[in-house]
Design a protein around this ligand. Structure first.
Ligand SMILES: Nc1nc2c(c(=O)[nH]1)N[C@H]1C(S)=C(S)[C@@H](COP(=O)(O)OP(=O)(O)OC[C@H]3O[C@@H](n4cnc5c(N)ncnc54)[C@H](O)[C@@H]3O)O[C@H]1N2
Ligand code: MOO
Length: 410
């Protein structure tokens, strides 16, 4: 794989959020397709349009449990019908066209020839051999006509559909047992820092810090249509990072490296990747938090470098990793950047004069949003209440309650 890597190109200077996202978008392509059984297609993206393989219903069927009769006979004033057989779902309807006969039916049963109304059993008095109308009949005939739901050959789901439970129902109803879907991109996460230990292992050590990033980043990857291939915790040694990166590049489409993104003595992630032939596309974005974010490609693998400060890393992952994975898994890049204007539930301070800010917020009553207090790149507890990101463009003034702000769901 190394042999195919191109020489590193120079990094661009620090750029704005939009510009960096535009570069990322230009590099993102869906990760290919595969045919899977419908049972394995949940939450995947259709890579083909789906057409109905059958009519629905396949023939004209009863829509209520009761008795199939001739509407003409009802209109002619017939009040008593002789009982002549039964029809059940999946069976063939009994033959016989006697207009004064009624056939016992259950919901979904094929309507016998000549019968075009179902009288629900609640509306008749039944004897062993006859039924008699107990009162006036409703207008509805309680019959579902052949192909009234959809016709064989009809487009039922367009390409690009997310197969959520409702769409999976339509695929199954139209008798599609296997479907062509976009491949899930594989994501690996390397968390970088000699101080880090797995969550749950820190209290017993002197001064170690729980790795709070690899698990949420892998979960976010799954949320955006990827396979979470795995996480690796890596100390701040160039040799260790190199080994972890080489292993990760073998079996993923996207490598996320959190930590070691700035320029301190222990910030080795980017130099190691550069030495391995990373082609950098940007390093440093004018955003707060998360300014040290960087992105490049190594042997066809997308490599996204996140700052180690956890709140900054999560913010940047939502703004960069989510749209990247959205595209790789077959959805539009913009599907993950659906900013909506919402009114502020409480006044907000002026924005940073130099950098766009993305701040965690939560929903209040009446569709308002409130920016969470005590936020910083390293503060983790505000995420306990975070539901969305609020964008504050650089240089924006203090805002009163009710002012509209762009909001992105987490
Ligand atoms: N001289 C400068 N120093 C720093 C700059 C700068 O421009 N000049 N930028 C600052 C900014 S902004 C950020 S953000 C941080 C990001 O730095 P790194 O990506 O190198 O992050 P680390 O140094 O590895 O870690 C920072 C902090 O976060 C903790 N951390 C890291 N990974 C995890 C994890 N997986 N789980 C929990 N906590 C983690 C780590 O222990 C550190 O406390 O750099 C500033 N410095
Ligand atoms: O950019 Mo850093 O994430 O502000 O602390």
């Amino acid at each position: 794989m190394l042999g195919k890597w191109r020489a590193a190109a120079p990094c661009t200077a620090k750029m704005g959020l939009r510009e960096a996202q535009t570069i990322l978008r230009s590099q993102a392509e869906p990760a290919g397709t595969e045919r899977v059984l419908l049972g394995n297609a949940g939450f995947r993206i259709l890579a083909e349009p789906l057409f109905a393989r059958i009519d629905s219903p396949r023939e004209t069927v009863a829509a209520m449990d009761g008795f199939a009769v001739s509407e003409k006979a009802v209109q002619a004033g017939c009040l008593t019908f002789a009982l002549a057989g039964a029809s059940y779902p999946g069976d063939s309807a009994p033959a016989g066209r006697d207009p004064s006969a009624a056939v016992r039916v259950t919901t979904g049963a094929p309507m016998p020839p000549g019968k075009d109304r179902v009288i629900p059993f609640e509306l008749v008095e039944e004897t062993p051999a006859t039924i008699r109308l107990a009162g006036p009949l409703p207008g509805a005939r309680h019959v579902r006509l052949k192909a009234s739901g959809f016709e064989a050959g009809q487009l039922v789901l367009p390409r690009g559909t997310l197969l959520d439970p409702a769409k999976l129902l339509v695929a199954a109803a139209s008798d599609n047992g296997d479907v062509l879907v976009h491949r899930r991109p594989g994501v690996r996460v390397i968390t970088n820092g000699s101080e880090l230990v797995g969550a749950g292992l820190a209290a017993e050590t002197g001064n170690r810090v729980p790795d709070s990033l690899s698990l949420p980043l892998l979960l976010m990857a799954r949320q955006w249509g990827a396979d979470a291939v795995g996480g690796m915790l890596c100390p701040d040694y160039a040799g260790a990072i190199r080994k972890a990166v080489l292993a990760a590049l073998e079996d993923c489409d996207v490598l996320v490296i959190a930590g070691g993104a700035s320029n301190g003595d222990c910030d080795l992630a980017r130099p190691v990747l550069r030495a391995l032939g990373l082609v950098p596309f940007f390093a440093g974005v004018s955003i707060k938090p998360g300014k040290p974010v960087w992105y490049g490609k190594a042997g066809g693998v997308h490599v996204l470098g996140l700052p180690g400060n956890p709140a900054a890393a999560m913010t940047i992952a939502r703004l960069f990793l989510a749209p990247l994975l959205s595209t790789l898994s077959g959805r539009p890049f913009a599907a993950a950047l659906d900013w909506q204007e919402k009114p502020l539930g409480a006044a907000a301070e002026a924005a940073d004069p130099m950098r766009d800010m993305a701040l965690f917020g939560h929903r209040g009553p009446d569709g308002t949003v409130t920016i969470l207090p005590r936020q910083s790149a390293s503060a983790q507890l505000p995420l306990a209440k975070a539901e969305l990101l609020v964008l504050r463009p650089a240089g924006g003034p203090a805002l009163p309650t009710g002012a509209p702000v762009p909001v992105l769901d987490l």
